[in-house]
Write a protein that binds this ligand. Structure first.
Ligand SMILES: [Zn+2]
Length: 382
């Protein structure tokens, strides 16, 4: 399989170079030079096939100097090296191209971009950042350079720079990045929170929310900060925003709402609110938590009655689990086994899933670790 892949890309390079050579041939009428050109190309290819990349690079660099319009094939070779993980070869090729005094200025920026990508992949982020900043001066490649810079600042958790670059990209590409920028503000807010600066943390979350009014994460941060200050009514307002921002995140805030309403000695009002949500939205299951609250505030028989009605209207795995839990004292061995099965099923289906790539995890990552989409991961509905 590996050798097949090896041959596969060798054939691709071969086709690329033949194409490059044919193009050069069309432009170049001098037959003797053509022959020289083709024989050098095939010598270069021969080196590639024999795994003598250094020699191949030398040959190709001499060739590109005789006709810079064939640079595309050389950049393709560099990107193949990079994709194969031979980053040192890609870097050598691109550095050598840049070092050529005859490199026309219109191609320089493209080589800089490629070398920047090599450095980024090699983990030399400072060097990559320097090159992408140089590319920014060329308006044709501004957006591409800004995208790479945004990736670098995310990797380095330099959120202030990430915000600046994202805003600039938004203006240049006329592309709406408000969801992503709001997440950057939330990251900054979290950083300030861990340093103990709650005021700054709050100010940054507010900026996040003003950037994207549907940023669930910013509302949760602001709600939690309000709880810390004992301002429960304010906290409730933030947590209740989640219903209108993205209702599937509601299960994340229920625990905080319980804390707020308990402190206000007003759990009955919370039960009514949660019941209205549970009836209104099929995509969230709040029945188990409501049952617990009814059990706590009223009595067990009212809780069982509510659960029985809900299970007919809106059957769910966590509802069945709750039913077995409540009746645990009266169940026999066989039913106990059923509870174990349900618990296992619940465990398998619990957690979060990325709506873009399907990645699942037991913890919530605001940035999907698999496809790197912000706010892609959502609680799984059971
Ligand atoms: Zn994903």
């Amino acid at each position: 399989m590996e050798s097949f892949i090896q041959w596969h890309w060798v054939v691709l390079i071969l086709l690329g170079f033949i194409l490059g050579w044919l193009l050069a041939k069309r432009r170049n009428k001098k037959t003797r030079r053509q022959l020289r050109f083709s024989s050098d190309y095939f010598q270069g290819l021969n080196y590639l096939l024999n795994d003598e990349q250094d020699k191949a690079i030398e040959v190709f660099l001499q060739l590109v100097e005789s006709d810079w319009q064939t640079i595309d094939t050389h950049l393709t070779l560099g990107s193949i090296f990079r994709r194969k993980g031979e980053i040192d070869k890609a870097i050598k090729l691109h550095q050598s191209l840049l070092a050529r005094p005859s490199l026309p200025s219109e191609y320089k920026v493209r080589v800089l971009l490629e070398l920047g990508r090599d450095y980024q992949l090699a983990g030399w982020l400072d060097r990559a950042e320097g090159l992408f900043n140089e590319v920014l001066k060329d308006s044709d490649y501004t957006e591409e350079a800004l995208t790479h810079l945004m990736d670098i600042y995310q990797q380095e958790h330099e959120w202030e720079e990430a915000i600046t670059v994202a805003k600039r990209y938004q203006r240049a590409a006329k592309n709406n990045l408000k969801t992503v920028i709001a997440q950057f503000y939330c990251e900054l807010s979290d950083q300030e929170y861990s340093k103990g600066d709650l005021k700054e943390s709050e100010a940054l979350a507010v900026q996040g929310l003003s950037m994207d009014e549907n940023c669930v994460r910013a509302s949760i941060i602001l709600g939690k900060l309000a709880i810390q200050r004992g301002r429960y009514k304010k906290a409730i307002r933030f947590f209740k925003q989640v219903e209108f921002q993205d209702v599937v995140y509601l299960p994340l805030v229920v625990i905080h709402l319980i804390e707020c309403y308990k402190n206000q000695s007003n759990l009955r009002s919370l039960i009514s609110y949660l019941r209205s949500l549970d009836e209104k939205y099929d995509c969230v299951s709040l029945t188990p938590v409501i049952v617990d609250l009814i059990n706590e505030v009223y009595d067990t028989s009212s809780a069982i009655e509510y659960l029985s009605v809900q299970m007919k209207l809106k059957p769910s795995l966590d509802g069945i689990q709750k039913m077995l839990e409540i009746n645990l004292s009266s169940i026999d061995v066989q039913e106990n086994y059923i509870k174990e099965v349900i618990d296992q099923l619940m465990l398998d289906q619990s957690g979060y899933q990325c709506s873009k790539c399907g990645y699942t995890a037991k913890t919530l990552y605001w940035l999907c670790p698999s496809c790197h989409t912000w706010s892609g991961m959502k609680p799984r509905h059971q």
